[in-house]
Design a protein around this ligand. Structure first.
Ligand SMILES: [Zn+2]
Length: 140
């Protein structure tokens, strides 16, 4: 049997998280509404915030332009504009709650492989359903 590693389970969770975030948005950019084969699932709080790495609420589907390339509006090149728009779209309460989750001391209690397997199973349940999870945030 293949040895279990953090890398393998991280990749599995990342892939599934990204798929669900994109499907939940109807495979459209949540900013411009366009469908795009290269749609990205962006982490609102980056993956270094481990407690939020696989939280669906921490994801948003963006086309490459609005994810990375636009100087006037993209999560990476115009983060202030992006955050301003996002908070308006999803609400201040939502942002505040998400932001609070960036604080737990993950280094004292790192996620084990077992923890990550549980997260993976939880994500799988979401993808089995349909793309209605957290739909209240995604009114286009
Ligand atoms: Zn877009």
């Amino acid at each position: 049997m293949k040895k279990k590693s953090h890398k393998t389970i991280n990749n599995k969770c990342d892939t599934l998280w990204s798929k669900i975030v994109r499907e939940r948005a109807g495979n459209r950019c949540e900013y411009c509404g366009r469908q795009n084969k290269m749609l990205n699932a962006h982490h609102i709080f980056g993956r270094t915030f481990l407690p939020l790495r696989w939280v669906l609420n921490n994801g948003i589907a963006l086309c490459p332009l609005h994810h990375t390339f636009s100087n006037t509006f993209s999560a990476h090149l115009a983060p202030t504009e992006f955050t301003f728009w996002l908070v308006k779209k999803r609400g201040e309460e939502w942002y505040k709650k998400l932001r609070q989750k960036t604080f737990p001391d993950i280094h004292r209690n790192p996620l084990t492989i077992k923890d990550k397997e549980v997260i993976y199973e939880e994500l799988k349940k979401h993808s089995d359903k349909d793309n209605t999870i957290d739909k209240r945030f995604y009114k286009v």
